[in-house]
Design a protein around this ligand. Structure first.
Ligand SMILES: NC(=O)c1ccc[n+]([C@@H]2O[C@H](COP(=O)([O-])OP(=O)(O)OC[C@H]3O[C@@H](n4cnc5c(N)ncnc54)[C@H](OP(=O)(O)O)[C@@H]3O)[C@@H](O)[C@H]2O)c1
Length: 250
């Protein structure tokens, strides 16, 4: 039986790169996101690489849609080996414009979407008493970024949820890996105008992430340089950060 993997946010970037990597191993992959045409192109690539895929057009903030997709995938595959809650959005919070939609979308996608993905597969994972669950957090979840703290908060929130749920899931032999990437070259980062230290391509990142998932790591922070930078980021006094960013507003 081939490995069964379900990936949200599979239409581009890290999700698509992980799907291609799993396809090379002959996996059966559930591809979930809102954009169907991108997933159809990916499904062809997966087929050519020796994998099998099923497409689910959904918004992860819609729990019913996530449950329907999970039920359909499980009906086709008979079970699940790895669930990767990868779908995410970044951007500014709309705190100056007052546009509530921006922060709502970030929180609904990056927190509720991850919870919906896990809970859709939870009954089966617990019944099987096996499986790997993966949350894609970020190094940005270790320090609030001015005007973009919705993204940081969402990534910190899922890391916290994972820390508390990991030991509970372990009772049913289910592992939970939190992955905290630094800057990876994907559509999410392509319009970033600020410096992106230790930038990595999505293919290399996908290989590293899957190795961490295979090893059932608890938390995987990469590229490796961030493991030293994060303690420094956390130790900078808030007043220094405020001052630094106030310079840009003069
Ligand atoms: N790139 C980085 O430097 C970096 C660093 C740290 C963490 N991350 C995290 O890695 C994950 C993947 O990001 P990426 O860099 O690969 O960016 P990306 O290329 O923009 O991919 C984001 C994916 O999420 C999907 N998505 C967004 N909102 C969705 C929704 N409401 N419902 C379903 N799918 C949704 C998108 O598909 P549709 O638009 O088709 O729905 C897309 O497939 C995200 O969680 C991101 O926060 C990225």
């Amino acid at each position: 039986m081939s490995e069964r993997v379900f990936i949200t946010g599979a239409s581009s970037g890290l999700g698509a790169a992980m799907a291609r990597e799993y396809a090379r191993r002959g996996a059966t992959i559930g591809l979930a996101s809102r954009r169907k045409p991108e997933m159809e192109v990916l499904a062809d690539e997966i087929h050519q690489a020796g994998g099998t895929s099923f497409i689910y057009v959904l918004d992860v903030s819609d729990y019913s849609a996530c449950r329907e997709a999970a039920e359909s995938f499980l009906e086709s595959t008979g079970g699940i080996d790895t669930v990767i809650a990868n779908a995410g959005v970044s951007g500014t919070d709309g705190i100056t414009s007052g546009d509530l939609h921006k922060i709502k979308t970030i929180l609904d996608t990056n927190i509720s979407g991850v919870v919906h993905t896990l809970f859709s597969f939870l009954p089966t994972l617990r019944k099987q008493k096996s499986g790997r669950v993966v949350f894609i957090s970020s190094v940005a979840g270790y320090r609030a970024l001015p005007g973009r703290s919705g993204y940081s908060a969402s990534k910190a929130a899922i890391r916290f949820l994972a820390d508390g749920w990991r030991p509970v899931l372990a009772r049913d032999s289910i592992s939970l890996t939190t992955i905290c990437p630094g800057f990876i070259k994907t559509p999410m980062t392509e319009d970033h105008s600020f410096p992106m230290p230790f930038l990595m391509d999505a293919e290399t990142a996908a290989k590293k992430m899957i190795a961490a998932i295979d090893a059932r790591k608890r938390i995987y922070i990469f590229p490796w340089q961030w493991r030293s930078v994060i303690p420094l980021m956390k130790s900078i006094p808030a007043s220094w950060i405020d001052w630094l960013f106030s310079l840009g507003n003069r």
